[in-house]
Design a protein around this ligand. Structure first.
Ligand SMILES: [Zn+2]
Length: 323
């Protein structure tokens, strides 16, 4: 179905139950005219076969647990549907987690990050190594330049990252990463930005699709049904043992209760079960709440920006006649 027919037939319904392959144009960005805070929501459901074969995604995060918590199910789904992908880790994760020293924490988080990428099915992790908690003091221009280089080198079609327009985000690592990625996506396709790249054999390559997630209020226009991937997402989050809400928290709670002469049947009889059940029930409870709000078991929320469409191209296709 063409975009305008799709939009016309669905806009009154408020929620668009599409496959996710087609969606209305995103009107909040790019100067396309909308000033609305009310957006239509598309439910992105699992797609059979491998419709994304040949496409490349970059999951980009300041800290090792961001993608796993907010977009892990969607990454698993997109990889399953044919994407290949990489993880880009912006900070050195030196300030968060359990360890004997700053250096020890960095090493443990680095190992967790590599394991998260492996469990997500991503082929490589790039560590940009900016200082954790202090990314707003570092050059966003340098971050953007490094991202443009990677987007061109890897021919990235789609990114998943924090929403650069979300409200009340207080962590500078989150909003600096989001801002750096947002504009890198646009200028990676420009022949005038960093032309020395082309002398080295790269070509302009614009990133086409963006899945923006947020910790607070955002304009959610895409709900991804991750029900089929929730157990795998739990497994991904269980790799985050140094920081984050999952890891081995369930096993620690189980041991604490045992010492007190109590137990939670939910946590089972071994550490693995305790970690799995705790992560699914508590650490990822928002996925369940968000899914239920849309008649799904589990879901992740995004502001999704599809490939831009030209009104002129659309008009030409409809109205052009033979000479
Ligand atoms: Zn974070």
């Amino acid at each position: 179905m063409r975009r305008r027919e799709f939009l016309g037939s669905s806009v009154s319904a408020g929620i668009i139950a599409g496959s996710g392959a087609q969606a209305p144009r995103e009107l909040q960005a790019g100067g396309t005219g909308s000033t609305a805070y009310t957006v239509e929501v598309t439910i992105e459901r699992p797609q059979p076969g491998q419709p994304h074969k040949g496409k490349v995604l970059a999951a980009i995060q300041p800290h090792c647990d961001d993608i796993a918590i907010f977009a892990g199910g969607t990454v698993l789904k997109l990889i399953d549907e044919g994407y290949s992908g990489v993880l880009i880790q912006m900070s050195n994760d030196s300030m968060a987690g359990a360890g004997s020293s700053v250096g020890d924490i960095v090493l443990k988080n680095e190992r967790d990050t590599n394991e998260v990428a492996r469990r997500l099915g991503l082929t490589e992790t790039y560590f940009f190594n900016y200082p954790n908690h202090y990314m707003d003091g570092w050059s966003i221009l340098e971050m953007r330049a490094r991202l443009v280089f990677l987007f061109r080198l890897l021919k990235v079609d789609t990114v998943l990252v924090y929403d650069p327009s979300s409200l009340y985000e207080r962590n500078p690592d989150h909003y600096v990463t989001a801002k750096a990625v947002e504009w890198a996506c646009a200028i990676a396709g420009s022949e005038w930005d960093y032309p020395e790249h082309f002398k080295a054999g790269l070509k302009p390559h614009e990133v086409q699709e963006k899945y923006y997630f947020a910790r607070g209020p955002q304009l959610v226009n895409r709900v991804v049904d991750i029900s089929a991937y929730i157990d795998k997402k739990v497994y991904v989050n269980m790799a985050l043992v140094t920081q984050g809400p999952a890891g081995d928290t369930g096993a620690r709670l189980r041991r604490k209760l045992t010492a007190e002469g109590r137990k939670l049947p939910l946590l089972g009889d071994n550490d693995e079960t305790a970690n799995f059940q705790y992560t699914k029930r508590f650490a990822l409870e928002y996925d369940r709440i968000r899914g239920q709000a849309h008649g799904l078991e589990y879901a992740e929320y995004f502001h999704y920006i599809p490939p831009d469409e030209s009104d002129v191209d659309d008009y030409v296709q409809k109205h052009a006649v033979a000479l």
